[in-house]
Design a protein around this ligand. Structure first.
Ligand code: F6R
Length: 260
């Protein structure tokens, strides 16, 4: 697990540069997309590079991490709409190239199984962008999630619903109780995972992710078992890392050609 501590703009640029390099060598790459605040700087930077003609998503495909259950098709917080607005429409993905779990499916079990099959048929995810919840969730794999889980329906914790109420004009009653989410084993199938977190509210979750024992109580800790994870954090999110100085000096000494 590589930990890079830097300013938010620097982190967004590093992630976008890694995606640009991936698309250079593999234009048909498969990306994994997260919603929420954390990846927005990355999406802005990708949109900027796309406008400058530096990278093309015309042959790329993408899979979303998760989706709320029951939000109407046109709801602005339906994750399919959020992803369309924040990234897909800004970088020119082809029609039908971005898929997400169907939060309106009648048969949820079948919809989740089909989503898993679609990821396999696409050849798996090359690079997965992740945020992390203050309770240590990735995707919406809340504390207590099976470390071997696949895409399925989950109940959101009160803490996550309170955290996300800001997207629903602060009205907790509008935040759905359930979601469909890629499981932890699904996420672990990605070939490279880039997790980004900023702000003091993420410091405890980042400490557990990087330095804690692997436990379903802090689901992100499963990433310690993945061979290629990059954790991008700003100073406040890194403030509880015992090894922060080591991570800073290791990254400062890293040859620039090496990439993430
Ligand atoms: C979003 C997702 C969540 C968020 C996490 C952090 O698709 O799967 O795990 O990444 O809740 O959210 P933000 O970035 O808004 O703090």
């Amino acid at each position: 697990m590589e930990v890079v501590i830097g300013a938010p703009e620097e982190l967004a640029s590093l992630a976008a540069g890694t995606i640009e390099a991936l698309l250079d060598r593999k234009p048909e790459a498969v990306l994994g997309l997260a919603t929420g605040s954390s990846p927005l700087g990355i999406y802005d930077e990708l949109a900027r590079r796309h406008r400058e003609g530096r990278l093309s998503f015309s042959r790329a495909r993408a899979f979303m991490l998760d989706e709320y259950v029951g939000l109407p098709l046109a709801h602005p917080q339906r994750y399919r709409n959020v992803i369309e607005h924040e990234i897909a429409s800004r970088v020119g993905f082809g029609v039908g190239a971005v898929l997400g779990p169907d939060g309106l499916a009648q048969d949820v079990v079948a919809a989740c199984a089909q989503y898993e099959e679609a990821i396999v048929r696409a050849g798996g995810v090359d690079l997965q962008i992740l945020g992390i919840g203050t309770d240590g969730h990735v995707g919406f794999n809340e504390p207590g999630s099976s470390l071997a889980s696949r895409t399925r329906i989950k109940t959101l914790t009160e803490q996550t619903r309170v955290d996300n109420a800001r997207f629903f004009e602060g009205d907790l009653s509008q935040v759905p109780d359930h979601c469909l989410t890629q499981g932890l084993a699904t996420i672990m199938g990605a070939r490279h995972i880039v997790l980004i977190a900023t702000g003091r509210a993420k410091a405890e979750a980042i400490h557990h992710l990087v330095e804690g024992p692997v436990s379903a109580l802090w689901p992100a800790t499963i990433l310690q078992h993945h061979p290629h994870v990059t954790v991008l954090v700003d100073g406040p999110a890194a403030s509880r890392l015992q090894l922060a100085d080591h991570f800073r000096s290791t990254y400062a000494a890293k040859p620039t050609w090496q990439g993430l």
